[in-house]
Design a protein. Structure first.
Lengths: 200, 265
């Protein structure tokens, strides 16, 4: 599940090469292993910020590691880097949530517009989505349509099981595949939106 | 990590310490759990399709829709569901490649055999619907004395929708009938089994919930014809609900939470 990209570069802090090397050293004395752990940590932070509904989770993950790096370079003892980063990530999620509340006081408008089918954002995405959807492989289009058809509760579970069986796969694998396709569509919409903005 | 626990986390139905424990468990894994996103997508879809129980719906609005990024996800899902609803009839059949020399019957049989039961049922009902629709359209005007309103108008064929207008359900469109005329609706019964009925009751409401019409109707094949006098209608958006009425007078909503939508322009 992806989010729209925002420029949060003002949140990045100046991290020197030496400080970053110190951070990697904390992850593992072996540089290759440190690199692998860094990638894994970054991915998990992105997942965390995604879960918290933070806009631009990648930049939030970068900021988390920057802050941890500066602390470690300043001599703060950090026995467990992952846990330490998790604490920082929680703080950043709170800060960004508070900032978002200040900047977006349109929540009531959103639900009202959604209920009246007059939300401009939905209209915008609907328009942009069409070429993105058409660009999917036909089988992927069919899968999304079949998977998202309305079936409630137990009937939906049964339907998805049958769908998975008909495709010789498991429900779990089917779910992941649908999520991947939806993520592709979301990325495509974000990309098209950004291109549209840059042409203005 | 169950679906229910993920939903409880997203809707903040867990105590604060449980919420943190959930996050810690996710973070403690080798990689971020991939089963959260599909559950979140289903939750958003359920919200947009009006399939969340009222209390969960309230918590979704109060506790989930708290950030611009999440609202953008909901918009994205709403846009996608609109496309899905529009494409469902077009993309539903599974393609097949007929071999050279096959007759159309061979192809039909091969096609039919390749469908699962749900697709077979859909195809059968679609056939019934098309045949009954053709029969309806080809009937000479005035053959049914109970339909005295809209003989000169083509019926507006509506199918049941389980979303709301936010998800871009397909609303039928019609022009405002002139005085003396009326609007004929043809409500297609849902493909799932309908509750047993001695007859049906149709209820027409405006978008504001004002009931404009409530009357007994009868089934004809897979559809319910409804005549709406012109004086009942003004320009605007309408919702139709259908109820199956049993022999004992008890009513059951047809299609669960589904509605029929149309706009008068």
């Amino acid at each position: 599940m992806t989010n729209s990209v925002q420029d949060n570069s003002e949140d990045r802090r100046d991290v020197s090469q030496e400080a970053f090397a110190c951070f990697l050293e904390c992850l593992s004395p072996d540089s290759e292993e440190a690199g692998r752990r860094y990638m894994r940590l970054h991915k998990k932070l992105v997942g965390f910020f995604n879960l918290k509904g933070v806009s631009d989770p990648v930049s939030a993950a970068d900021e988390t590691i920057d802050r941890a790096t500066l602390k470690i370079a300043a001599g703060t003892p950090v026995p467990d880097v992952d846990k330490y980063c998790m604490g920082i990530a929680r703080n950043i999620a709170r800060e960004r949530w508070r900032r978002a509340q200040r900047e977006h006081s349109t929540f009531l408008d959103f639900t009202a517009n959604l209920a009246n089918n007059s939300d401009e954002g939905v209209e915008r995405i609907y328009r942009i989505l069409k070429p993105c959807f058409d660009a999917l492989a036909v089988e992927e289009q069919k899968l999304i349509v079949a998977y998202c058809q309305v079936f409630q509760g137990r009937a939906r579970a049964d339907y998805r099981r049958q769908l998975a069986e008909s495709m010789n796969t498991t429900v779990l694998a089917l779910r992941m595949r649908v999520t991947r396709i939806r993520s592709l569509l979301s990325d495509c919409v974000t990309k098209s939106s950004n291109e549209g903005l840059s042409q203005l | 990590m169950t679906d229910e626990r993920i939903i409880a986390y997203l809707l903040k139905e867990l105590p604060e310490e449980e919420l943190e424990r959930f996050e810690d468990e996710c973070f403690a894994r080798e990689s971020w759990p991939g089963d959260i996103d599909p559950v979140e997508e289903d939750l958003i879809d359920d919200y947009l399709r009006d399939e969340l129980p009222p209390e969960r719906r309230r918590r979704f609005e109060l506790n989930y829709l708290t950030s611009p990024a999440r609202r953008e996800r909901v918009r994205m899902a709403a846009g996608l569901l609109r496309h899905v609803d529009e494409r469902a009839p077009r993309l539903a059949p599974t393609p097949f490649a007929p071999a050279d020399g096959e007759t159309w019957f061979d192809r039909l049989r091969a096609y039919w055999g390749g469908l699962n039961w749900a697709r077979q049922a859909t195809a059968a009902l679609a056939l019934v619907f098309v045949v009954s629709g053709l029969w309806w359209l080809s009937r000479p005007a005035g053959t049914d004395p109970s339909h005295s309103v809209a003989k000169t108008f083509d019926p507006l064929v509506l199918t049941i929708s389980y979303g709301n207008r936010a998800t871009g359900v397909r609303a039928g469109k019609a022009k405002l009938p002139r005085d003396g005329g009326g609007l004929k609706l043809l409500l297609t019964l849902p493909q799932t089994s309908s509750p047993p009925a001695a007859y049906y009751r149709v209820q027409l409401e405006t978008i504001d919930g004002e009931i404009k019409l409530s009357e007994k109707v009868v089934r004809e094949n897979q559809s319910i014809p409804v005549d709406i006098p012109a004086k009942t209608l003004a320009r605007g958006q309408y919702v139709v609900q259908l109820f199956a009425v049993g022999d004992d007078g008890s009513e059951q909503r047809v299609g669960g939470a589904g509605n029929y939508y149309f706009d008068i322009e």
